[in-house]
Write a new protein. Structure first.
Ligand code: UD1
Length: 335
C-alpha cells in the first residue's frame, strides 16, 4: 500500500488514479487546506471505488504513527506542500513549517515504522531564473523565494537521509508546469481561492468566470517576448510518479543512487502566446486577453532536459498541447 500525502491535491489525486489502474492500493492523507473534499467523489467516479481517505496534517506525528501502524504502507508519495509564491513571500514561517518541518516529521515517522521508500514531488521552481535554454538536473539551484527555498531544503534533507541508511531509496521528481485534468472531466485542479496558473486562468477567462487573461510581459528574451514554460499534462506526471513508486518497491539501490533527482517535463518550451493559440485551436473558443507588465518574480524560460527520466525511469511524456487544452477546458466547464 502507498501513502499519498497531499492526497486530494492536484498531482497526488491524479496519481491516485494511476495507482488504482495499476492495482496498487493507497491511502490519501490531506488536511484539505488547499483542495476540496469533493476531489474524493471525482476519484470515486473514475475508479469506481471510494478512496481510502484520512483528513489530517503531515506535521501530526501521532497521526502518521497511527497510519503506519494501521496500514501495510510500503512507500510514500509526498505531495503535501504549499506552492503559491506570493503567499510564501508573505508567510515564510508557514511555508517552511508546512513544507520543511512537515517533511522532517514524515521522515521521522517513516523511520520509526521502518518504511524507507519515498517519492518527493519537487518542482522546477528550484532552478530560479535560469540562463540555460534546457535544464539538466545538474543546473545550478537558485531558489528565489521561500516556496522555492523550501523545495531545495527538502531535497537536501532527503539527500542526507538517504545517505544515512542502506535501505533508504528516494526519488525527487522536479515537476515542470503541471496542467490539464483527468480526461473524464471528473478530476482536475481545484485549489481554494484564486489560481494563478496560466492554463486555468485562460480557461476561466474564456468561460467568463474571471476578467480577460493578462499576459504578463512582452519583452522577455524569448522568440515572441512572452514567458516560456515546459507545460506537462498532469496525467503524464501521474504516470511518472507511479513508475517512480514501482521502481522504489523493486530491488535495492546502489549506494550512489539512494537519492535520485529527476526532471519531469516534456522538454519543449511553449510561450504564453503559443499556449493561447493552441487553446483557441483545440477548444474552438477565443481567449479574451490583454497585455500587462511582467509579474514580479517570473522567470523568462523554464524547459527541462528530460533525458535522465527517460534513462532511469523509462518515462517520457505522451500527451501534447491538444490533450492539455481540451482536458483543462472540459474540467473548467463541469459546473
Ligand atoms: C508558478 C510559480 C512557481 C510554481 C509553479 C507551480 C510564480 C512566480 N511561479 O510557475 O513557483 O512552482 O507555478 O505550478 O508564481 N502568465 C500570464 N498570465 C497569467 C498567468 C501566467 O501571462 O495570468 C504567464 C507567466 O508570466 C509565465 C507563464 O504564464 O510566463 C506560466 O505562469 P504560471 O502558470 O503561473 O507558472 P510559473 O510562473 O511557471
Amino acid at each position: 500500500m502507498i501513502l499519498l500525502t497531499g492526497g486530494t491535491g492536484f498531482i497526488s489525486s491524479h496519481t491516485a488514479v494511476a495507482l488504482a489502474e495499476a492495482g496498487l492500493p493507497c491511502v490519501l492523507l490531506d488536511n484539505l487546506a488547499n483542495s476540496p473534499e469533493s476531489t474524493l467523489q471525482g476519484l470515486a467516479r473514475i475508479t469506481g471505488q471510494a478512496p481510502l481517505f484520512v483528513q489530517g496534517d503531515v506535521r501530526d506525528a501521532a497521526l502518521l504513527d497511527s497510519l503506519f501502524a494501521r496500514y501495510p504502507i510500503q512507500a510514500v508519495l509526498h505531495g503535501a506542500s504549499l506552492k503559491a509564491v506570493g503567499e510564501g513571500l508573505a508567510q515564510p514561517a508557514l511555508y517552511h513549517d508546512n513544507n520543511v518541518s512537515g517533511t522532517v516529521t514524515l521522515i521521522r515517522a517513516m523511520e520509526r515504522a521502518g518504511v524507507r521508500r519515498l517519492v518527493f514531488s519537487s518542482s522546477s521552481t528550484v532552478y530560479g531564473n535560469p540562463t540555460l535554454q534546457c535544464l539538466p538536473e545538474s543546473a545550478p539551484l537558485v531558489p528565489l523565494n521561500p516556496e522555492a527555498r523550501s523545495k531545495v531544503m527538502v531535497e537536501q534533507i532527503l539527500h542526507d537521509v538517504a545517505a544515512s541508511h542502506p535501505d533508504w531509496r528516494v526519488l525527487s521528481l522536479r515537476c515542470f508546469n503541471p496542467v490539464g485534468a483527468h480526461p473524464s472531466g471528473a478530476l482536475g485542479e481545484a485549489p481554494r481561492g484564486q489560481t494563478l496558473n496560466l492554463l486555468t486562468v485562460m480557461a476561466q477567462a474564456t468561460a467568463g468566470q474571471r476578467p480577460p487573461l493578462s499576459i504578463f510581459g512582452n519583452d522577455y528574451p524569448t522568440p515572441d517576448g512572452t514567458g516560456v514554460r515546459d507545460y506537462i499534462h498532469v496525467m503524464d506526471l501521474a504516470r511518472g510518479h507511479l513508475l517512480a513508486l514501482q521502481q522504489l518497491l523493486q530491488a535495492a539501490a546502489p549506494p550512489d543512487a539512494r537519492h535520485r533527482v529527476l526532471n519531469l517535463g516534456r522538454g519543449q518550451g511553449i510561450s504564453v502566446l503559443q499556449l493561447l493559440q493552441a487553446f483557441e485551436q483545440h477548444t474552438g473558443y477565443r481567449v479574451p486577453h490583454q497585455w500587462a507588465p511582467r509579474r514580479e518574480g517570473d522567470a523568462a524560460c523554464w524547459v527541462a532536459d528530460v533525458s535522465a527520466a527517460r534513462q532511469h525511469l523509462g518515462w517520457q511524456a505522451e500527451l501534447g498541447l491538444a490533450e492539455m487544452c481540451r482536458d483543462a477546458w472540459r474540467w473548467q466547464g463541469r459546473a
